[in-house]
Design a protein around this ligand. Sequence first.
Ligand SMILES: *[C@@H]1O[C@H](CO)[C@@H](O)[C@H](O)[C@H]1NC(C)=O
Ligand SMILES: *[C@@H]1O[C@H](CO)[C@@H](O)[C@H](O)[C@H]1NC(C)=O
Ligand SMILES: *[C@@H]1O[C@H](CO)[C@@H](O)[C@H](O)[C@H]1NC(C)=O
Length: 515
Amino acid sequence: MVHLTVALVAPLLAAIANAFNYDQPYRGQYHFSPKEHWMNDPNGLLYHDETYHLFFQYNPGGIQWGNMSWGHATSKDLTHWEEQPIALLARGYGGNVTEMYFSGSAVVDVDNTSGFGKDGKTPLVAMYTSYYPVAQTLPSGKYIQENQQAQSIAYSLDQGISWTTYDAANPVIYQPPTPYQDQYQNFRDPFVFWHEESRKWVVVTSLAALHKLAIYTSENLKDWKLASEFGPYNAQGGVWECPGLFQLPLDKGKSMKWVITSGINPGGPRAQLRVSRKCNCQLDGLGPDFYASAGYNGLAAHDFVQIGWMNNWQYGTNIPTTPWRSAMSIPRHLSLKTIGSKALLIQQPQEAWSSIVKKHPAYSHTYKSIPQGSVNVGTTGETIKLDLSFSAASTASKFAIAVRASADFTEQTLVGYDFVNKEVFIDRTQSGDVSFDTTFASVYRGPLAPGNNDMVKLTIFVDRSSVEVFGGQGETTLTAQIFPNSDALHARLVSTGGATKRVDLNVYNVASAWI
Ligand SMILES: *[C@@H]1O[C@H](CO)[C@@H](O)[C@H](O)[C@H]1NC(C)=O
Ligand SMILES: *[C@@H]1O[C@H](CO)[C@@H](O)[C@H](O)[C@H]1NC(C)=O
Ligand SMILES: *[C@@H]1O[C@H](CO)[C@@H](O)[C@H](O)[C@H]1NC(C)=O
């Protein structure tokens, strides 16, 4: 009887889920976006019970930032997402918002260290920043100042669908550590994880304006002790946000290295990266639209995946999409690899590509040499993957493919390589609608040395409003939004300043992940 009910209800629910039409202009077809309203940072990324959870900063009441709550989506494969009910709704939503739920992370408390478990159900615990727009005394008795940010927890006993805030003691990290208490308005973004060696929970938080990270440990997720602080370090412009602290295998696991990341805002496209003691690398070739990246808890270090917010505070609230704003990047698998004697962070697209990418290329061509000028590729789909490789021993100064171009190429997005400076670039100066912000029409670059046999390899993902490039083995990635006309579907190869040799191009259609 029970089975019959499930069998009847499941297809019905699926039909309801799919009833939403994800076919708007600019709606990414294989990038997650909410049905409607404003979204920013990915939060609480957690793999549990064969499900990938993606929570996100969300305004249930508008298409601008505000009423910050945690939205929720789930996936079995990091490709097909289903939006779920709001996980944490701003307290007082609809009238007098007294607490917003800012960015944070989530863990499975397998050993019930928190005591939140009940009736044999394992608790999921989220740790987030409480932002209090008004001064108030909380149920826990703690006095909160206007605009205070502090770290709180909530738990779920139903697979992340509904959450209970720990009102008896929230916020569990009430103030920044001494002597930084004056930073109570800029203390946020807890990333919590289980540290097996010390059998403790560890959380890294950001003292955003000081460019410092404060690291705490706990045995029960409720009582936290300051363990250390980190920074300022490397890039110190703007504020540090959304820190990450995790281990990655170097060279397929010859050794494990600790990595610290942090987003820098403004200054947009940068993330800061320090790998253990020896190597510290600044990751500044990420392109304009990859921010606040966060990693998954619940995956082995070899399977580490991160997702970034595919937007930018510079113009993010003005992008011409409706009825939603912002999408997430393609989930990326992360690892470290020694390339040219340096340990580099390697990013690879981590999606169930085989299920949505066509097996056979829609277009495939090899050219011995493309002389200065251009070669038409014809028209492509709106959502495509391109594999492009060519010889670094070319006489050209630049080589690029123009995608999402109008028939006369007055509108186009160029993705290519600068042989002189050894850089991959995205040029979106003529990419379609660039009118909503004066800085949007720009060129973005990232360093990329040629690989084996002196070949340059680019893997390019084009969706309805984005271009993501993975250069070489994934040591350089650039992510940029574009807002082309829906009929801008032409493509061509362009060699500048000389010939480009040994060009190989394959274009694959990508199906929608919403269907
Ligand atoms: C917050 O939500 C309320 C209720 O839906 C809405 O009236 C208000 O405009 C929202 N605020 C913002 C900044 O979107
Ligand atoms: C909003 O809630 C806070 C905290 O409970 C309270 O101090 C304040 O008076 C409320 N404001 C309004 C307009 O209701
Ligand atoms: C977790 O701990 C609480 C508090 O001690 C207890 O009531 C509950 O039964 C435990 N739950 C599980 C699943 O072990």
